[in-house]
Write a protein of this length. Structure first.
Lengths: 189, 154
């Protein structure tokens, strides 16, 4: 059994079995080209809210490594949250950036790099209201679709996303949490 | 509830689509598929363990689960799979993963181009410069575009 096969089977277990009490349907698409592996799930819950996950993966020494991911949960009200991991810049991209920055004052360069990283961290979270439901929040553009801030977060897993959904929107099904691997140890700063 | 072995030939199922399937349905590797004149499949062996191997030859039928997995990986439409196999409903087919082909990637790129009224080349250039909207669609669009450029499934 390949690392990808194990990883995919685990997700299949989550959406088709462990969550059967609250999930109405779950469809998936996968790639099995070893150079381009991805898994995309669209999960519809019984209250019609929708979780879509997209993970692009690499296998190193038979271990799965996520290259980038997006986990978006949308509710009927238009509310959504979206956890994203952006792909790390390739060495070619980094070289381009370095080339562009050459000649610019070093301090300015460092400041700009810090503000860029804070503005759009590699791991970030969007919280807002979908454009099509936004008529009543036009005065709060920070909540409109994905236009608001990219809140910096730690890497997150599908199990943890499920945990967030259960405790916030299915609190009568808290017992389901026992079925997932959820790390609640705070990051040391 | 069975699928004819002959269907594997009729629909020219590529062997590489048989990798990375769930444990219970995985056909171990291409050595388990015998072919006549390196094209036509004459038999298939599959199973989870050596004690559990099933060997099927032309004329015999595969259990629905394994057969449908093979057919679903052949990029056939679900309707055609349903008609060809003896699956009683599309519900049986819906529980299978849909394995994305190169043609699917192309169609996804075209769908994004239509939705956002922008070519994929232009979008990707904007996205690389941080000028594109940041949402799940654009994450997928950029990833599919890179897969297309990297000759996915070629």
């Amino acid at each position: 059994m390949s690392a990808f096969g194990d990883y995919y089977s685990n997700q299949k277990g989550i959406f088709r079995s462990k969550l059967s009490e609250i999930v109405k349907s779950a469809k998936d698409e996968i790639s099995n080209d070893p150079k381009n592996l991805f898994i995309n799930w669209i999960v519809v819950f019984k209250d019609e809210s929708i979780l879509e996950t997209f993970e692009y993966l690499e296998i190193n020494n038979n271990e799965i490594k996520k290259t980038n991911y997006g986990y978006e949960y949308k509710r009927n009200s238009g509310y959504f949250f979206f956890y994203e991991m952006e792909k790390e810049k390739s060495s070619a991209d980094k070289a381009d950036t370095a080339k562009l920055a050459k000649g610019i004052d070093e301090m300015k360069k460092e400041k700009s790099s810090l503000s860029d990283k804070l503005k759009k961290p590699q791991y970030h979270l969007h919280v807002g209201v979908k454009k099509e439901y936004s008529s009543h929040i036009q005065k709060v553009p920070e909540l409109l679709d994905h236009n608001g801030p990219h809140y910096k977060v730690s890497p997150i897993t599908i199990d943890e996303i499920i945990g967030i959904i259960i405790v916030n929107f299915y609190d009568t099904k808290i017992n389901l949490l026992d079925r997932f691997k959820i790390n609640i140890t705070p990051n040391v700063v | 509830m069975t699928v004819l072995i002959e269907s594997l030939n009729k629909y020219k199922i590529p062997l590489k689509t048989l990798d990375n399937l769930p444990k219970s349905t995985q056909i171990k590797n291409s050595e388990n598929i015998s072919r006549k004149n390196s094209k036509e499949i004459t038999s298939v062996t599959f199973g989870r363990t050596n004690n559990d191997l099933k060997h099927l030859e032309i004329g015999s039928r595969m259990p629905i689960k394994e057969g449908l997995i093979l057919l679903s990986n052949s990029a056939l439409s679900r309707k055609r799979i349903e008609r060809f196999s003896s699956a009683t409903s599309s519900r049986q087919i819906d529980v299978l993963p849909r394995i994305i082909t190169r043609n699917d990637i192309r169609n996804k790129l075209l769908a994004f181009e239509k939705k956002y009224n922008k070519t994929s080349d232009k979008f990707y250039s904007d996205w690389k410069q941080g000028k594109a909207i940041d949402n799940l669609d654009t994450l997928k669009w950029a990833t599919y575009y890179e897969m297309w450029k990297q000759k996915y499934f070629m």
